[in-house]
Write a protein that binds this ligand. Structure first.
Ligand SMILES: *[C@@H]1O[C@H](CO)[C@@H](O)[C@H](O)[C@H]1NC(C)=O
Ligand SMILES: *[C@@H]1O[C@H](CO)[C@@H](O)[C@H](O)[C@H]1NC(C)=O
Ligand SMILES: *[C@@H]1O[C@H](CO)[C@@H](O)[C@H](O)[C@H]1NC(C)=O
Length: 504
């Protein structure tokens, strides 16, 4: 039976994994507006972030969903999940900024908003949750706090006393149109409910060059911008871009992904300090089949000596087995792209392999990098894998681990589990019409995930963009959302489930 080929052996506490199969079917669907035209809702349009983030209030069975381009927060009653009901929407003013992330904890909603000028400081706004049966038609704001530039994620500690915010501090233009790269940071807000919150701003200055924690293994792509392109200096603290957060069950530690930097930071929540920045090991694809071309006429999982990848996790979740804390990371990958419109100059830390093939040291790798059917179309890093003296590539590093990995927080030198090439094997076996599909861009002439199949092969492949942990009556389930399908794995010896339909 085909199912036997799905056997996964997780190197954690389990010794055997029995494999099962379960289909998920969608219960309901609700479309949200992408903008408001005077007061009427405008629907439709692709990639417009009508739902950028969501948080659930289990007390009242209400789902809150924020839309960044719409500047809206929707309160959706899902007491009957098969029949969701939109109760009301809250409109953020232009001055309040662009909603980027949301969380809910015991009667309180926290929304992180970036400034209208993205490089300015952002804010967190707090609201009281809607009470079932109250007849309210909006939420009531109970306070707000300034945070760093471009807040990207927000999470309450389990006791709801503190809120942790990642401030990505992405580069861009300031109000005067000058290039600026704000420092990445983390904000910890404590006791917001008392009306007199204490705010700790956590920075990464001690990781700067010549500072005590400087570590040249941490990837810092924007320090490679040539002077001929941008004649200024960038510090490590400016280059570090905190992305997503997960918090330990004791509420003491926040782990924060630094996606472009291929690293994870751990933050002590009580004293507001970065305790470590862990550079993640590269993933070696020498013995793992992978499809890296959209010009190879179908699905071809091939192996390439000299091919590695940066894991570059975005989403992250923590779970515990016994007293051991594990992290599961969605190794999506992330390039840096500077444009004249947004930054005032053009540069990227990536290139299509074919365009740099002449600079590859190994003859066989050079031949395959020159061929569109093999590595030629692949997007690779131009700041990794290069010999600093000869300027030649000793190997190629692509963006993203094309799956997820699990880390023991006591020993993060290597993952305890990696999906290797599993996602592509599943897609080929079960979701071939959406194999390595690209999400549908607003400008694309293509209109469906099926029409975009194989488009992501030369980019980030099986792009895991969401990850979470659920406890199903004592069994830890990891749920990963790719651009093509949902992947569910039970961690200690349980079952492996896959969804019945694509999630694109
Ligand atoms: C903060 O707490 C951590 C332990 O979690 C400790 O290692 C660190 O030294 C403390 N830092 C400060 C500034 O107190
Ligand atoms: C290019 O890659 C293919 C697929 O792995 C392999 O069969 C072939 O030998 C490689 N070509 C060279 C010149 O190494
Ligand atoms: C949860 O697990 C316990 C012990 O294994 C079992 O007795 C109980 O029936 C389970 N509950 C559900 C809802 O499956």
């Amino acid at each position: 039976m085909k199912m036997n080929t799905l056997l996964l052996v997780l190197g954690i506490t389990c010794l055997h994994v029995t494999v099962g199969f379960k289909s998920f079917k969608p219960l309901s669907y609700i479309q949200l507006p992408t903008s408001l035209n005077s007061n009427s809702e405008v629907f439709g349009g692709l990639d417009l972030k009508a739902s950028e983030g969501a948080a659930y209030d289990p007390v009242n069975s209400i789902l809150y969903v924020i839309g960044s381009t719409s500047h809206l927060m929707h309160a959706i009653d899902i007491i009957d999940p098969a029949n969701p009901v939109r109760l009301f929407k809250h409109r953020f003013t232009i001055g309040e900024g662009v909603p980027q992330a949301i969380d809910v904890c015991r009667g309180e909603i926290a929304v992180a908003l970036s400034a209208q000028t993205d490089t300015n400081e952002g804010h967190v706004r707090f609201y009281r949750t809607y009470t079932r049966g109250s007849g309210a038609t909006d939420v009531v704001q109970i306070g707000y706090v300034a945070v760093g530039s471009h807040p990207q994620d927000i999470k309450y500690t389990p006791d709801c006393r503190r809120v942790v915010v990642t401030n990505e501090g992405s580069a861009g233009k300031d109000e005067g149109g000058a290039y600026i790269d704000p420092e990445g940071s983390v904000t910890i807000i404590e006791d917001e409910r008392t009306g007199n919150p204490s705010v700790q701003q956590v920075d990464f200055l001690k990781y700067n060059v010549e500072q005590p924690n400087f570590d040249m293994r941490i990837r810092t792509p924007s320090l490679y911008i040539p002077k001929s392109v941008y004649n200024g200096d960038t510090t490590v603290a400016q280059d570090l871009e905190p992305e997503r957060i997960t918090i330990s069950s004791d509420g003491r530690t926040a782990w924060v992904t630094l996606q472009e930097n291929n690293a994870i930071a751990s933050v002590d929540i009580r004293n507001g300090t970065v305790t470590s920045v862990i550079p993640l090991p590269r993933k070696n694809w020498q013995n793992i089949g992978v499809d890296v071309s959209d010009r190879d006429g179908g699905v071809h999982r091939r192996t390439y000596p000299g091919l590695q990848s940066l894991r570059q996790p975005g989403a992250i979740a923590e779970f515990e087995i016994g007293s051991t804390k594990f992290l599961v990371t969605a190794d999506a990958g992330g390039i840096k792209q500077y444009t004249a419109a947004q930054h005032g100059f053009t540069w990227s830390d990536s290139a299509v392999a074919k365009t740099i093939a002449a600079q590859i040291a190994n003859a066989n790798l050079k031949i395959n990098a020159s061929d569109d059917e093999f590595l030629g179309r692949l997007l690779i890093s131009t700041v990794d894998g290069k010999n600093a003296f000869t300027g030649l590539y000793s190997h190629l590093e692509m963006f993203g681990g094309r799956g997820f990995s699990i880390w023991d927080t006591n020993n993060p030198a290597a993952p305890v589990y990696d999906t290797d090439g599993t996602h592509e094997i599943y897609m080929e076996g079960f979701y071939k019409p959406v194999f390595n599909t690209d999400y549908v861009k607003a400008t694309a002439a293509y209109t469906s995930p099926e029409m975009n199949r194989d488009f992501a092969s030369e980019f980030q492949g099986a792009h895991v963009s969401a990850i979470d942990v659920a406890n199903d009556n004592g069994t830890v389930l990891l749920v990963a959302g790719t651009w093509s399908y949902w992947h569910v794995v039970s961690v200690h010896g349980g079952h492996e489930y896959r969804s019945a339909c694509p999630t694109v």
